[in-house]
Design a protein around this ligand. Structure first.
Ligand SMILES: [Zn+2]
Length: 265
């Protein structure tokens, strides 16, 4: 099994003391490549630095998460443009809307989202998107850019059937995390994931968040790691009624094409 974790917050400070060991455990588990999420003004350059230090293994996104939309100034925009000049930055984002937490005011969220879509329209890179409890406004903003932006993935998909089909109808991709393994709030996903075509489906841990609740034994520290991605793939494969090797191969091929990753030497 050779997997790609398309969403790992490897620059997070909870990995500062053992990041190399985390990467080694991931590799031993078959997670050969990871896309490090850049989600803030502070975190995006760190994600790029990690990708540059581990060529061919780590790649980065550069963006500002809706939680941090208040920090999206003209200087921040210029910094993102600079980060996107580097080939290791393979996607624009994490960006989008989050009306569940509302950590930044909604108008600021929409503005930061639009400005990042402008970046994607300018450089043609794929989009790494976040949407929570903001479906209508999210679709509204995305529709303004229809025909001007490249491929898009709605990462950590946790939404409804209607939301899923709205995305698939527009040819967008979805990322599935260990949310699937949460018997309290992820049960509906068990049925929905059958409807995602293999060429629109990718997998991610969202480490250090979202430790899959079905991992045994549960680590005492509760920190998620990319080495748990095969567990998510096994659960996903069971729900899709397919062999895990098939799910693994398909999600890897889809991620390679989506992020335009260089061929492995
Ligand atoms: Zn997110």
């Amino acid at each position: 099994m050779e997997l790609i974790d398309i969403g790992v917050n490897l620059a997070h400070d909870s990995f500062d003391h053992d990041r190399d060991a985390v990467m080694e455990r991931a590799r031993d588990a078959g997670v050969g490549r990871m896309v490090v999420t850049g989600a803030s003004r502070e975190g995006s350059p760190k994600a790029l630095a990690l990708a540059r230090a581990h060529p061919g293994v780590l790649f980065a996104t550069a963006g500002v998460h809706p939680h941090h939309a208040s920090e999206y100034t003209d200087e921040c925009h210029a910094e993102l443009l600079e980060l996107h000049a580097h080939p290791e930055v393979v996607a624009v984002g994490e960006c989008g809307l989050d009306y569940f937490r509302d950590f930044s005011p909604r108008p600021a969220q929409r503005k930061a989202f639009e400005r990042q879509l402008e970046i994607a329209a300018g450089n043609g890179k794929p989009l790494f998107l976040h949407q929570r409890d903001a479906h209508d406004d999210f679709m509204g903003v995305m529709c303004e850019f229809e025909g001007r932006i490249g491929p898009a993935v709605v990462h950590c998909f946790t939404g409804t059937r209607e939301e899923l089909f709205a995305y698939l109808d527009r040819d967008w991709h979805v990322g599935i995390t260990g949310w699937l393994c949460d018997e309290r709030r992820g049960l509906h996903l068990r049925e929905l994931v059958r409807h995602v075509p293999a060429n629109r489906l990718m997998v991610e841990t969202d480490s250090p968040y979202l430790l899959p609740r079905t991992v045994r034994p549960q680590p005492s520290h509760r920190r998620n790691e990319p080495m748990y991605l095969p567990h998510i793939v096994e659960e996903l494969a069971r729900d899709r009624g397919e062999d895990p090797a098939r799910t693994a191969a398909a999600t890897t091929a889809t991620a390679e094409a989506f992020f335009r990753l260089p061929a492995r030497g």
